[in-house]
Design a protein around this ligand. Sequence first.
Ligand code: ATP
Ligand code: MG
Length: 753
Amino acid sequence: MSENKDFLRTIVEEDLHAGKYSEVVTRFPPEPNGFPHIGHAKSIAINFGIAQDYNGRCNLRMDDTNPTTEDTRYVEALKDAVEWLGFHWDGDVRYTSDYFPKLYEYAKELIKMGKAYVDSLTEEEIREYRGTVTQPGRRSVYADRSVEENLNLLERMKEGEFKDGEHVLRAKIDMGAANMKMRDPLLYRIRHAHHYRTGDAWHIYPMYDYGHCLSDYIEGVTHSICTLEFENNRDIYDWVLDTLGLKPPRPYQYEFARLGINYTVMSKRKLLELVNEKYVSGWDDPRMPTIAGLRRRGYTPESILNFCHQIGIAKANSMVDVAQLEFCIRDDLNTKVPRVMCVLDPLKVTIENYEGSEELDASYYPEDVPKEGSRKLPFSREIYIERDDFSENPPAGFYRLTPEQSVRLKHAYIISCKEVIKDGFGNITEIIATYHPTSKSGSDTSGIKVKSAIQWVEAATAKTVEVRLYDRLYTCEAPEGVEDLNPDSLKIIKNALVEPALITEKPDVRFQFERHGYFYSDPVDYTDEAPVFNKIVGLKDSWNKKAKEGDVVAKPERKAAEKKVQIDGEVAPMNEVEQARFDKYTNQLKLNGEVSNTLARVEKLSLFFEAALAVHNSPIAIANIVANEVARELKEKEVSELKFTPEQIAELVKMIDEEIISNKIAKQVFEEMVQSGENPAVIVETQGLVQISDSSVILPIIDDVMAKNPDNVEKYKAGNTKLFGFFVGQVLKATGGKANPQMVNDLVAQKLQ
Ligand code: ATP
Ligand code: MG
């Protein structure tokens, strides 16, 4: 906790150190008049986070002093939000309304001390008497009422004898105070309204400035953290507590900057308008910045807390880019969720020369995600690809299927287009293709070079699903109101197709749909019969590009540009040098298209790759690590800034090739090399990472896994062979990824026979 402390934690630490309090007590005090939004998440993260960090307590208090706008529905939403973010409030939920009797007693105290009076000026007069920033105010003639008269009037106000606005209770402070808030602030006002908790018991309700400080005191709060707009209210906060001469310790107020996010509205009033006027489907509409909305969209609590952590706690207001929030969810899901295939706009492809059917093994996770698991992809002659992934007259830089250009079906074969079938209107209705039998993913000996791999689904087994494509709710950075709403913030696709495993195996509820983005099974509308997926976020920030292109671009063009970036993800054609490298990598070195493409286009990567290759001739393995891990490091750095060298990468790959370490451990070693620049052999040695290829070590682990999962063993033996991957995964996990995967595979197969 002591590193990079924010100013609030610094204060808390000093107070604890000085013995000012024996324990830190904070509170999150929302008004239950709407669903909490991402701004509240920041406040929740701060208040509960500080209590957690210093072994203190944090209360959840409904600041329910306004009878006309509050509702138990909002109370429930607030509780849900705090719990979903992973926090626990101390004791029961608290309510300012529970303190009404106590607050009333304190008010009588103030009157008796001559520090409060009932004023009978009209609202307008009160405003007029208050003066201006440059002119002092005047005190009301009613300020001289006797204690008895004030007590009597207050009692009758409470009992409902007067109309709204007829009288108010005010503190007697200073009508000439420089801080205008201190010019005899209102403490109570009359409201003839039904309160959702206290019913009709009260006809007066405390003002924020009076109720808040005392509620904090009553609860034993030590640090009352609020947003900057309350800075000027701090004097009243202190005045009330000090004037009453309460038994110490008392709380103090501290202010931090409110969270504002571009392309977003954050006031509950504006959000309520969106709900009431039906611009959205409700408070939990996945486009809403409410916690309920973000949650239904598919955001994880971790991503939101990480966002709150990243933006930090400052004392000056600023606007945060919504791209940062989107980055946080992408970053979180990238290392967690299975990759699956979904076709949003299906175009039928018949593979003429393919007979029968087969099941292709496909990992759910890419190499760089440390998770295990795979599924079978059914494959036969009729499949669907994305309509956009075929072009009859391709623009420059189009890398997917064309009449002249072959493409790889992800996890499957390379196909070439043979014939384009159209309807009477010239619309393409089907592609007749041929496949290349020797090009199967993982054992490709075809020598055919392709520039990309596309998603597809088998026609016979694909499942129809509804996909809801969400985009930002507003089109402009600083939206004012409904006139700025993005008309394309929701697009519903009723007949998208997904591979079957997604529905039958349900490896997760969140997925990456290859090349489309991250998606979430809608928690409300999803059923196995009619699955619904919400788009959480695209794979990259498509708005950034758009903004950089300049906001003057006409709207339709902007849309087109955005669409291109999202769906294409492609860049300009290669120059001659790049093309020559690409050809060499694919033809001679047999690297796959994607890797070759990456290495060929970035000079520093290709130089790095070739330098490593000169030391250890293992092109595929070296290329993979350079195109992924090394490329990641070189995104923001130059080769001279790296701590590791091509020679060391060659050495690392050599250890993989010699089965000293597994691929997975190699990644771990690489991370260490990035940090320390240490030789891989030394890292492996000192951290005991040598691969376990000793069956006498692995077999007992397999026995253990089987003993712990008797149900799965039963199921496997009863024919559910998909569970094979489960057992292998468990064993690898138990060895911290150190077991030789091939050996584990073989031994598990033996054991399960
Ligand atoms: P809004 O203006 O959006 O209706 P509010 O401030 O009226 O919000 P409250 O329910 O009174 O909402 O807020 C509860 C707590 O959350 C307060 O401590 C408030 O300071 C904090 N909070 C509200 N909005 C933000 C925000 N955008 N950033 C940080 N904290 C916030
Ligand atoms: Mg408020």
